[in-house]
Design a protein around this ligand. Structure first.
Ligand SMILES: Cc1cc2nc3c(=O)[nH]c(=O)nc-3n(C[C@H](O)[C@H](O)[C@H](O)COP(=O)(O)OP(=O)(O)OC[C@H]3O[C@@H](n4cnc5c(N)ncnc54)[C@H](O)[C@@H]3O)c2cc1C
Length: 194
C-alpha cells in the first residue's frame, strides 16, 4: 500500500478570519516581517498557520512562536531568519536538504560551483551495504559560501545539520573542508563533498 501524506495545510478556513479583517490564503495568515497580520495589526501568526516564508516544520513553528510572542509583548522588534534551515524526508535511506536547490540558485542568477557524486562506493556506504547514496553541494563563487546541500544516505539527517550550521553561521566552504572530523563518522565525509 502506498500512502501519500506529503504536504500540509493550516486548519484556519473555519475560523471566520474575514470577520476580523484578517487576510489569509491556503498557506496561512498573511503576515509582515514581524509575523503580524498585514490587515489586522492586533493579530500575529506563527508556525503552519502563518504564510511567513518559513518551511512548515516543527522547529520553525517553535522559533516563529517565540518571535511572535516577543513582538506581541514588546512591539515589533524581531524578524525570523530562515537561512540554513534543514529539512529531511525520512525515507530509507533519508533524503536531506538545506539551502538552495541548483534550480533555485540559477533562478537567482547566482554564480556557483556544483559538486555532485554517487557515494555508494564510499566506505561509509559499503560498510553498511547501502546501495543508494549521494550528494550535491553548491558553493558560491567569490564568497565561498555554501548555497545549498542535498544528501541521500543513511546518516543524511545528521550530516545535513552540519551543513545547516555552516550556512546559518556564514562559514566558508574552504574552512569546513579543512575541518578535522572524527573518523569514521558520516560527518567526516563532508571534507570530500566540498
Ligand atoms: C504527517 C506529518 C509529519 C511531519 N513530520 C515532520 C518532521 O519530521 N519534522 C518536522 O520538523 N515537522 C514535521 N511535520 C510538520 C510539523 O508537525 C508542523 O510544522 C508543526 O507541528 C507546526 O506546528 P504548529 O504549532 O504551527 O501547528 P500544530 O502543531 O498543528 O499545532 C496547532 C494546534 O492548534 C490546535 N487548534 C487548531 N484549531 C484550533 C482552534 N480553533 N482552537 C484551539 N486550538 C486549535 C490543533 O489541535 C493543534 O494542537 C509533520 C507534519 C505532518 C502532518
Amino acid at each position: 500500500m502506498v500512502v501519500h501524506a506529503a504536504g500540509r495545510v493550516p486548519e484556519i478556513n473555519d475560523l471566520n478570519l474575514d470577520a476580523a479583517g484578517i487576510k489569509w490564503d491556503k498557506r496561512g495568515v498573511i503576515v509582515n516581517e514581524f509575523l503580524q497580520s498585514v490587515s489586522n495589526l492586533a493579530v500575529y501568526a506563527a508556525g503552519d498557520a502563518a504564510a511567513s516564508g518559513g518551511l512548515p516544520l516543527a522547529p520553525v513553528a517553535s522559533y516563529e512562536g517565540q518571535i511572535a510572542a516577543a513582538n506581541l509583548l514588546k512591539g515589533n522588534h524581531q524578524r525570523p531568519n530562515y537561512i540554513g534551515i534543514p529539512s529531511v524526508v525520512f525515507t530509507i535511506p533519508p533524503l536531506a536538504a538545506v539551502g538552495l536547490s541548483e534550480r533555485g540558485a540559477r533562478d537567482q542568477n547566482l554564480k556557483f560551483k556544483v559538486k555532485m557524486e554517487i557515494t555508494s562506493t564510499w566506505y561509509s556506504s559499503r560498510r553498511i551495504a547501502e546501495t543508494y547514496s549521494g550528494y550535491k553541494v553548491l558553493v558560491e563563487e567569490g564568497t565561498d559560501h555554501i548555497l545549498g546541500a542535498h544528501i541521500l544516505g543513511s546518516e543524511a539527517s545528521e550530516v545535513i545539520n552540519l551543513f545547516a550550521l555552516a550556512i546559518r553561521s556564514g562559514m566558508r566552504a574552504t574552512d569546513l573542508k579543512h575541518m578535522l572530523f572524527a573518523y569514521p563518522t558520516s560527518g567526516s565525509n563532508m571534507s570530500r563533498m566540498l
